[in-house]
Write a protein that binds this ligand. Sequence first.
Ligand SMILES: *Cc1c(COP(=O)(O)O)cnc(C)c1O
Ligand code: SF4
Length: 459
Amino acid sequence: MKQSPTRSRSEGDTPKYKTYGLHNFREIPQLKSFTEEQRFAMEVVGTVLPFKTNNYVINELINWDNVPDDPIFVLTFPQKEMLRPDHFDQMASVMKRDRDRQVVAETANKIRLQLNPHPAGQMEHNVPMLGDQKLHGMQHKYKETVLFFPSQGQTCHAYCTFCFRWPQFVGMEGMKFAMKEAELLVAYVREHTEVSDILFTGGDPMIMTAKHLASYIDPLIEARLPNLQRIRIGTKALAYWPYKFLTDKDAEETLALFKHVVDSGIHLAVMAHFNHNVELETEAARMATDRVRKTGAQIRTQSPVLAHINDDPAVWAAMWKEQVNLGMVPYYMFVVRDTGAQHYFGVPLVRAWQIYREAYQTVSGLSRTVRGPSMSANPGKVQVLGVGNANGQKVITMRMLQGRNPDWVLRPFFAEYDENAIWLDDLKPAFGEGKFFFEEELQRMYHEDLSPESAFNLE
Ligand SMILES: *Cc1c(COP(=O)(O)O)cnc(C)c1O
Ligand code: SF4
């Protein structure tokens, strides 16, 4: 896709990061041609769900000739249909009638609580312990990998409208995961010798200054933990603010930190989040990718399948090909989870598999490192393998790529065909079996609280 004239850089070579949200989005020149009704609709939705975009997204990624259908516009700007009509009307009438902040905030919170902000009690479960200290801000679901949520990394350069972490960004009480203390992380990984990977996640850890990031990473390197072999950083900075690696004040320091990790003998994986091939096409994104790769870090890519944004095999094929051309490794295709605006973004599992399959068929083996479509569900990462016939019955075949019990991984299992199902919970076991093979054990783990309940997984 070529850049349209309206998607060009307008700020010279060193753009300064500028964000837009509810308080100032009316200043965005490109929105001047919208009707007041349209802008009000954005305000209504943006009052319930997080809304943040920035000058790079606006000036270099969105094709304004294609708005309102432009995928990157939908990705960062609130759309009326992201709220159910009853919720929209409720919020809109309160905002028209009553500008009282308190009332507006209470209404927004009431609606948020109906959007499944917090699937299945992960606040109580899934908190690792060090001695008798609870480590909020960490998650340890799969044996080899610990997730770490640094407290300064709990925001992003822009917010994806589909993001399942939305409750963190709207400041809902008790919905934040974060941890300040790098020492606790070091102590935990030292004690848990089964841990070989640490995944820094957020928000977006790359929102942090190089100094903050180093304050977490340097102690890990200095500790020389023999079991710690890989550090991953989950980020959308290459898509939302590539200048982080180019012209920001701490760009060089950030790259030097990456190089320091690599030079210490630890594999550094940047788990880059890209939702559309447009995000790979700007000069800034390409240059940033090049600079990150030159540190010795490996970039792996992932994204959910999203209606209105990328539910098209051609987009996925273009993404994977371009990623490989740029030296990245396609890693996961996810199914969007059941929270927030899922009714708007959700793609049925069977359709997601068709998109995966059709895209996969058109790319070379170098792109076929990608695995999906995968649901980060309670028992583990469940991959939809496809639709087939067995014993005269049409079934959906699945398997786990990650499991709460490692023994569950890569065992095929079967559900009754259902072309509308959008999540594991919607599926019934095939062949009249009452339960999937892992369910009893999962229930037992759940009761014994041996294993964490999780809503916060990798994107
Ligand atoms: C996906 C995921 C990981 C990492 O899994 P890999 O398959 O090794 O990429 C770790 N923890 C959680 C909770 C996850 O969802
Ligand atoms: S998907 Fe990632 S970048 Fe997007 S809002 Fe969520 S955490 Fe931030």
